[in-house]
Write a protein that binds this ligand. Structure first.
Ligand SMILES: NC(=O)c1ccc[n+]([C@@H]2O[C@H](COP(=O)([O-])OP(=O)(O)OC[C@H]3O[C@@H](n4cnc5c(N)ncnc54)[C@H](O)[C@@H]3O)[C@@H](O)[C@H]2O)c1
Length: 247
């Protein structure tokens, strides 16, 4: 039997990058994967690719920052499947800029998607998880939420927020069989980092003891572990996946 056979997993931000890798790996391990993202067409392509590979996936176009839409999505999933075992809060955005020039909307949007989105989905799934006395929530944080990063006060604050959120919810929900953890990726090769100037990438590379950038599959492997039975005694933790860039 496959590792996640019979499980129902929600992955936000699943239409590309790290979220897509997490969704594909979960489906490959037997889970029914609920893909949630704002990019409807890409999402449907990922769902079709998973199905073509013999997996089970369904696409739900939803903005994680829209609490009512998130409630509707989660209610539909719970009604259809009668269970929600895993939630991976992966959807995230950047709007980088120095603080003195940061616009209100860039602050608000990053906090709304990265932090409030995590709150919206976590609150929505919790009732089903608590009733089942089983659940696993993993927040995709960032190295920036641990060590800070110039030009990313908004992003770093949101990512430190999802770490503290995970620890607090881990304390609230532990007695109900629900674990809540975070992974903190370093520099991972995705669309989010592809836009960075070459000299910035070179500087990052010099600061990484393993002397290479991470791949979405590296983050996915850590997430799969935290969702697994092997991790059942691990809660409120942050697992860094950063090539040693921050220890
Ligand atoms: N790439 C890195 O180096 C890196 C490092 C640390 C942390 N992270 C985190 O990993 C996660 C995934 O990032 P990625 O690198 O794959 O980036 P990405 O931009 O390729 O993917 C992000 C996904 O989130 C989706 N999304 C954005 N806003 C959304 C919203 N409001 N509602 C629903 N979905 C939304 C996007 O459509 C996209 O599919 C993010 O939380 C990011 O902050 C990435």
């Amino acid at each position: 039997m496959k590792r996640f056979e019979g499980r129902v997993s929600i992955v936000t931000g699943a239409s590309q990058g790290i979220g897509e890798a997490i969704a594909r790996d979960l489906a490959g391990a037997g889970a029914t994967v609920v893909l949630a993202d704002v990019q409807r067409e890409k999402l449907e392509a990922v769902a079709a690719a998973i199905a073509a590979a013999g997996g089970r996936a369904e696409a739900h176009a939803v903005d994680v920052a829209d609490a009512a839409a998130v409630e509707r999505t989660v209610a539909a999933v719970a009604a259809a499947h009668k269970r929600i075992d895993h939630l991976v809060n992966n959807a995230g955005i950047t709007r980088d800029g120095l603080l003195m020039r940061m616009k209100d909307e860039d602050w608000d949007l990053v906090l709304r998607v990265n932090l409030t989105g995590t709150f919206n989905f976590s609150r929505a799934v919790l009732r089903t998880m608590v009733a089942a006395r089983y659940g696993r929530i993993v927040n995709v944080a960032s190295i920036a939420g641990l060590m800070g990063n110039p030009g990313q006060t908004n992003y770093s604050a949101s990512k430190a927020g999802v770490i503290a959120f995970a620890k607090s919810l881990a304390r609230e929900a532990g007695s109900r069989g629900v674990t809540v953890n975070a992974v903190a990726p370093g520099f991972i090769e995705t669309a989010m980092t592809a836009v960075l100037p070459e000299e910035v990438k070179a500087a990052y590379l010099g600061a990484i003891p393993l002397r290479k950038f991470g791949l979405p599959k590296d983050v996915s492997a850590a997430v799969q572990f935290l969702l697994s039975e092997e991790a059942s005694y691990i809660t409120g933790q942050v697992l860094s996946v950063n090539g040693g860039m921050y220890m």
